[in-house]
Design a protein around this ligand. Structure first.
Ligand code: IPD
Ligand code: CA
Ligand code: CA
Ligand code: CA
Length: 286
C-alpha cells in the first residue's frame, strides 16, 4: 500500500509515476551534450530536457485528472490558470529543479511535482534521479525518503545549525547587496552555510535533517515550493515567510526550518539589507 493519506493516494500514485518517468529522462541526458538557452538573463538556463520533462508530466497528469489545473515552469499553464491561485486542484510542476546543476553535472537536480487543493499543498513528490533519492509526502500522511519516514533535525541553537540559501538568477547590485548581507549575517550566526542549487531539494534536505534551515528570496515561482514545503511540513518542520509572517505559496520566497529555528532565522533576516525589487509580501491566503 502507498504511504499516504488514503483520499490522496490516487494523486500521489500519478505524481510518483510521472516523477520516475521524468527522472529517467533527466538521468539519460545527464552526461550527453546539451543545448542550453537562457531566459531572463545569463544565469537563467533552460534545456531541451526541461521542456521534454514538463510535456511528459503534463501529459500524464492531464490524462489522469483532466479537470485539474496545471502550472509548469516552462510555460505550461492550462485549464485557465491566471496568476491567481484558486481553490481548484492545481498541480505545480518544476520539471527540472536545479537546471544549472543539470547543465554542469553537479548531482543535485530533481523533478518536483506538487498538488494544491483549497490553496494548500496536499501531495508532494521530489525525485533526484542521479542520487536515486525520492521524497514524498501527503498532507496528514507523513514524509518519506525512498519509503522510509523522515523527520527534521532537533537542532535548537542557530550557532549549531547548517543553513542553506541560494542566489537565484538575478545578478544586479540591489539584489546582490541584499543577498550577501544575509549571507554574511547568517554566516556569522550559524555553524555554516550551503548553496547547492535546487530549492526543492534544499527543502527536502531540511525535512531529512541534512540542513537545519533554508531560505531564499526571489525564487522563480510556486513550482519551486509546492512539493518541498509539504515534505518539510510533514517531516515536522516549519515553513514561513522570510519576514516572519505566514507563508504564501505564490510569494516566490520561503524560510523552511526544523521545528525550532524559524523565529531565530527570521529575526536575523529582518535586520538585513532590503532589496527594493524583491517581490513585496502578499496578503495571507484566504
Ligand atoms: C532554481 C533553483 C535554484 C534557485 C532558483 C530557482 P531552476 O530553479 O531552485 O536553486 O536559486 O531561484 O529558480 O531554474 O533550476 O528550476
Ligand atoms: Ca529555471
Ligand atoms: Ca526551480
Ligand atoms: Ca526548473
Amino acid at each position: 500500500p502507498l504511504q499516504a493519506a488514503p483520499e490522496l493516494a490516487p494523486y500521489l500514485q500519478v505524481a510518483l509515476d510521472a516523477a520516475r518517468e521524468a527522472g529517467a529522462v533527466i538521468a539519460a541526458a545527464w552526461n550527453a551534450p546539451k543545448q542550453v538557452d537562457t531566459k531572463a538573463g545569463d544565469a537563467d538556463l533552460v534545456t531541451e530536457t526541461d521542456k521534454k520533462c514538463e510535456a511528459l508530466i503534463l501529459e500524464r497528469i492531464s490524462a489522469a485528472f483532466p479537470a485539474h489545473k496545471f502550472i509548469g515552469e516552462e510555460g505550461s499553464a492550462v485549464q485557465g490558470f491566471t496568476d491567481e491561485l484558486t481553490h481548484e486542484p492545481t498541480w505545480m510542476v518544476d520539471p527540472v529543479d536545479g537546471t544549472t546543476n543539470f547543465v554542469h553535472r553537479y548531482p543535485f537536480s530533481c523533478v518536483s511535482i506538487g498538488l494544491t487543493i483549497n490553496k494548500q499543498p496536499v501531495v508532494g513528490v521530489v525525485f533526484n534521479p542521479i542520487l536515486n533519492e525520492l521524497y514524498h509526502a501527503t498532507r496528514g500522511g507523513g514524509a518519506f525518503l525512498n519509503g522510509a519516514p523522515i523527520t527534521a533535525s532537533d537542532t535548537t541553537e542557530l550557532r549549531r545549525a547548517v543553513v542553506g540559501t541560494e542566489m537565484g538568477t538575478r545578478r544586479d547590485d540591489g539584489f546582490m547587496d541584499a543577498c550577501f548581507d544575509r549571507i554574511r549575517t547568517l554566516g556569522q550566526a550559524a555553524r555554516s552555510l550551503r548553496c547547492s542549487g535546487s530549492c526543492a531539494l534544499n527543502l527536502c534536505s531540511v525535512a531529512q535533517g541534512r540542513l537545519d534551515a533554508f531560505f531564499e528570496l526571489g525564487l522563480g515561482g510556486c513550482w519551486d515550493l509546492c512539493a518541498g514545503v509539504l515534505v518539510l511540513e510533514e517531516a515536522g518542520g516549519r515553513v514561513i515567510d522570510p519576514t516572519g509572517g505566514p507563508f504564501n505559496i505564490m510569494s516566490r520566497r520561503v524560510l523552511g526550518t526544523n521545528a525550532h529555528l524559524a523565529e531565530q532565522v527570521a529575526t536575523i533576516l529582518a535586520g538585513c539589507k532590503y532589496d527594493p525589487e524583491e517581490p513585496p509580501a502578499l496578503p495571507p491566503l484566504q
